[in-house]
Design a protein around this ligand. Structure first.
Ligand code: PLP
Length: 395
């Protein structure tokens, strides 16, 4: 029998709601991955990714696997056995960077900050000073496990200052908050398709600076991963040369990525960032009017991933189950240290819209009432109305 998934509203940490036109693009006829028309599509995708990342980097392309593969691609290409890498960790994903470094046979110097706060720049500076031979500084720009953004520009600047490469995870950042690869001077940056791009999961856009490219092409040891070796992948994605078969590109998924990047370009990056900010403000106003609190300090909050503290005495899993069963809304649970303590409400890409803010807050009102949580009746919707009214009057 065929499989028909239920219709959900995806307001967790990803995947997010897919743009309807992206779903339609997936169903277009499959063509060969060396078809001249497909090569034209690849060139357009590269240009659209350069727009999204704000970079002129020649080596900008989607890895044919999810965000975790983009992470791995950056580490295995730039880092060799016995290298040292400074890894910042303030959530789950920084921990995965450490794993990547250690599996290569390199040493990770950890700069740790508590979950829910941004990366402390002074600590990064001190680590760079103390380990001047480190090859790279790696960090997560938008920590999806905690809802925190860190100052990517400043950390890339520290890396430059000490002659180190920067490796940046912006899987959740891209299209939701400013990502400015060239202005940051970042060397290796990876993202994902299923967060603020609202494409289907399965691809990881990456971009490497010219300096990073040079480091990759002058390695002492071959890249341990054949599939992710950029020296080989470049033979398929590289501009102006004869494209050679490396692997069969996920043809239809690339139609979908092209479509979602076209949606982004038509909206405009700045407009996309502003929309994520506005819907975050409305959600925050609604939640606070109910007496709920956000975990992260205002200055460090990600508008696309809202970490909400679970009030005392509330069964957090039951709330999520009721949202899913009764409203078909998916929100996320806490991860790692934050398991059981927070909900993670995503307003990513196509999911970042007014109707989702309203229905999620109404669903939470319903689920929390069932557990006798007290809040002023109707206050959340009034607070949300006010945010949208003010935005309409100033635009
Ligand atoms: C989702 C995510 C990843 C992993 O992406 P996958 O597509 O799940 O492999 C990596 N880093 C961050 C910050 C993420 O949010």
């Amino acid at each position: 029998m065929s499989f028909y998934p239920p219709h959900r509203t995806l307001m967790g940490p990803g995947p997010s709601d897919v743009y309807p036109q992206v779903s339609l693009a997936l169903a277009r006829p499959t063509i060969g991955h060396l078809d001249p028309e497909f090569i034209r599509l690849m060139d357009e995708i590269k240009q659209l990714l350069q727009y999204a990342f704000r970079t002129d980097n020649e080596l900008t392309l989607p890895i044919s696997a999810p965000g975790s593969a983009g992470m791995e691609a950056c580490f295995v290409n730039l880092i060799e056995p016995n290298d040292t890498v400074i890894v910042c960790q303030n959530g789950v994903f920084g921990g995965r960077m450490k794993e990547n470094v250690e599996r290569i046979g390199a040493t990770a110097i950890m700069v740790e900050d508590s979950w829910g706060t941004a990366i402390d720049l002074d600590k990064v500076q001190a680590a760079a000073k103390q380990h001047p031979n480190a090859k790279a500084i790696a960090f997560v720009h938008a920590e999806t496990s905690t809802g925190v953004q860190s100052d990517a520009k400043a950390i890339c600047h520290i890396a430059r200052q000490y002659g180190m490469l920067s490796i940046v995870d912006t899987v959740t950042g891209l299209a939701g908050i400013p990502v400015d690869v060239d202005a940051w001077g970042a060397d290796a940056v990876y993202s994902g398709t299923q967060k603020c791009l609202s494409c289907v999961p399965g691809l990881s856009p990456v971009t490497f600076s010219d300096h990073a490219r040079e480091v990759i092409s002058t390695r002492k040891t071959p890249v341990q991963s054949w599939f992710l070796d950029m020296n080989l992948v470049m033979g398929y994605w590289g501009a102006g040369r004869q494209r050679a078969y490396h692997h069969t590109a996920p043809v239809n998924t690339l139609y979908a990525l092209h479509e979602s990047l076209t949606v982004l370009r038509d909206e405009g990056l700045e407009a996309s960032w502003a929309r994520h900010q506005l819907n975050h403000q409305a959600l925050k106003a609604g939640l606070e009017a109910m007496g709920l609190q956000l975990l992260v300090a205002e200055s460090d909050r990600l508008p696309q991933l809202n970490t909400v503290c679970v009030p005392d005495g509330i069964d957090e899993a039951l709330v999520r189950q009721q949202l899913l069963k009764e409203f078909s809304i998916e929100i996320g649970a806490g991860l790692g240290q934050l398991a059981g303590k927070v909900w993670r409400i995503g307003l990513m890409g196509y999911a970042s819209r007014e109707s989702n803010v309203r229905s999620c807050v109404q669903a939470l009102e319903s689920a929390l009432s069932k557990q006798s949580f007290q809040f002023p009746n109707g206050a959340a919707m009034l607070a949300i109305d006010e945010v949208y009214r003010q935005a309409a009057s100033t635009s």
